[in-house]
Each structure stands twice: as structure tokens, then as C-alpha cells.
Write a protein that binds this ligand. Sequence first.
Ligand code: FAD
Length: 178
Amino acid sequence: MTLTYNPSGPLAKLGVLDQCRSEDTASRSHYIFDTAGRVLGYYGNAFIKEKGHMYPGQRGNLRIPRQRLQQLLLRRLEAVGVPVFWGKCLTDVKVVPMALMPPLPNTVSAVASRPPTHCVRLAFEDGSCCTARLAVGADGIRSRARRIVEHKVLCHLEQRQKRARQRAQRVPLSLIHI
Ligand SMILES: Cc1cc2nc3c(=O)[nH]c(=O)nc-3n(C[C@H](O)[C@H](O)[C@H](O)COP(=O)(O)OP(=O)(O)OC[C@H]3O[C@@H](n4cnc5c(N)ncnc54)[C@H](O)[C@@H]3O)c2cc1C
């Protein structure tokens, strides 16, 4: 994967920038060949540096295998005490009263200034469920989490519209002279 090297960017904030930098592959010069092996062109930071466009200490992108990045991120999660459960397929998301939320483990501290009144319950294909203060749907471009939430919001809005129409149809008896 090609990742942007930014000392104050997301990799630094997640605490994996130094490791990514140490695992960065050395591919800074890329050549394009034709079928006979002749060089058609070249690009990459190595060539920019030669032209004096790169300042000392400045880096270009980082290149690191996707699986390695995943390992580094998982290790960070483990270090801060966040458990990871594999093989769970999300099927439903519900907002439920906070009373149903189990107490937080010692390693996790609340960030909200006001105590929340509701939490979120997630259901999975294997019949299990879990409750959380916050759910982040990071399940890709065809996100099931997004579809579930969108469907619920749409149903809620339709119900509100229906009730509003029903209220508008109720004409006071005084107006029809009964
Ligand atoms: C060929 C290719 C090359 C790329 N190269 C680069 C690159 O060099 N640099 C770069 O920055 N980006 C690159 N990208 C883009 C990058 O891969 C994506 O932007 C990134 O993976 C998106 O991350 P994500 O976490 O949002 O989703 P994903 O990486 O798609 O992860 C979603 C996860 O959610 C899981 N999931 C899906 N549905 C459910 C469900 N119902 N319940 C539970 N889990 C579910 C999936 O199994 C998956 O593990 C590339 C993409 C492609 C296709």
C-alpha cells in the first residue's frame, strides 16, 4: 500500500508512523520498459532528489504490505486494551437505553462531557450481540452498517410524514359547521 508520510497525520496519531517508516520498501525509482527491455521512462522520488527538489529529511510516500499495516494497527489496539472479535457479520443496529449498557472496562474512559442516555446494540449473524457507547461502521464501500442505519432513518421519516399527513387531514368540527 502507498501511504502518505506525514509526521502529524493519521499514522502518527495512531502511533504506527515510526514502524511504517522502518518497514518502508526502498522503491523510490520506477522504470517503465517496452517488450524488448528498453527503458521508456522513469519516475519516483529518487529522481526528484537528484534534481534538488527534496529537502534533507523530507520523505515521499511510504510503501508497506497491506497485511503488515493491519498487523501494526492490531498490535496498537492490543496495547491499549481494545479487544478484536473476528468472523462477526453485522445484521442489525439498534439504539437502546443506556441502562442496557454493561459497565466499561477499567482501560476505557468515557470522553463525553454529559452522560449519554442511549447506547447502541449490534446484532451478528451467529446470534451474538454486543452493546457499545459508539459504533463506527468501517465495513467498506458496500457497508452493511450504513444500509441498516439508512433504512431505519428512512422508515422513521416516513412514519413522521404519515403522522403529519394524518394530523393535517383532521379538520376541526367547527370549520365544517356541525
Ligand atoms: C487495488 C487497490 C489498491 C489500493 N491501493 C491503495 C494504496 O496504495 N493506498 C491507499 O491509501 N489506499 C489504497 N486503496 C484503497 C484502500 O484499500 C481503501 O480505501 C481502504 O481499504 C478502505 O478501508 P475501509 O476500512 O473503509 O474498508 P475495507 O478495507 O473494505 O474494509 C472493510 C471491512 O469490513 C468487513 N465487513 C464488510 N461487511 C461486513 C459486515 N456486515 N459485518 C462485519 N464486517 C464486515 C470486510 O470484511 C472488511 O474487512 C486501494 C484499493 C484497491 C482496491
